[in-house]
Design a binder for this molecule. Structure first.
Ligand code: IMP
Ligand code: MG
Length: 189
């Protein structure tokens, strides 16, 4: 491990703050907001967020992918759609991280055109600013990152593994070599 970027305590603190901000926004809402988690990365964040967001909420999930290894491919694939009816509803898209912004700007357009919600709010646990390619800003952010580093943990993966680490860290080269061996070995099974 090269460096721990956010430990468990720092993560929980940021999640609590975002939950409070969302409660403030929706406390007098005339309809129940639909929180849509972007699988798989947003899972730990969404679970924690909903523990602190103790107001009525409907949950749903969508799955897209754009990443291969340690970099974004820029091409988005929709792998799983939502199941709730969100027409004229307030939807809240929940993501682990905004990097180039491609995924969330795609999703925003997708929801607007296909489902016509009343509003779309974007919540991302992390906001990685340096690699932004499209003009996309999250409405609520847990932690803003100013450096372009590949991170792992708390939902963030390396080729699908390591999402289940309760803190966020920068892996070192030896670790990545080790993971590549494990992954290669798994492929051959
Ligand atoms: P974007 O479309 O470039 O904004 O990328 C967003 C998606 O890329 C996120 O939902 C993550 O799944 C993934 N991603 C971006 N940065 C990282 C990282 O540092 N580690 C792991 N996954 C990342
Ligand atoms: Mg993601």
């Amino acid at each position: 491990m090269k460096e721990i970027v956010l430990n468990e305590e720092e993560i929980q603190e940021a999640v609590k703050r975002v939950a409070e901000e969302l409660k403030e926004k929706f406390k007098n809402n005339d309809s129940i907001p639909v929180f849509i988690g972007v699988l798989k990365g947003a899972m730990p964040f969404m679970m924690d967020l909903l523990k602190y967001y103790d107001l009525p909420v409907i949950e749903d999930f969508i799955q897209v992918s754009s990443y291969d290894g340690t970099s974004s491919t820029g091409v988005i694939h929709l792998k799983k759609d939502i199941t709730e009816n969100v027409k004229n509803k307030d939807i809240v898209l929940i993501e682990d991280i905004v990097d180039t912004g491609t995924t969330l700007s795609y999703l925003k357009q997708y929801f607007k055109i296909k489902y016509q919600p009343r509003s779309i709010t974007i919540v991302s646990f992390l906001d990685k600013k340096p690699l932004r390619k499209v003009d996309l800003d999250a409405d609520f952010v847990g932690v803003t990152l100013t450096k372009n580093q590949f991170l792992v943990g708390y939902g963030l993966d390396y080729n699908e593994i390591k999402r289940n680490t309760p803190f966020i860290f920068i892996p070192d080269e030896n670790e990545i070599d080790e993971w590549n061996k494990i992954l290669k070995n798994n492929e051959e099974k």
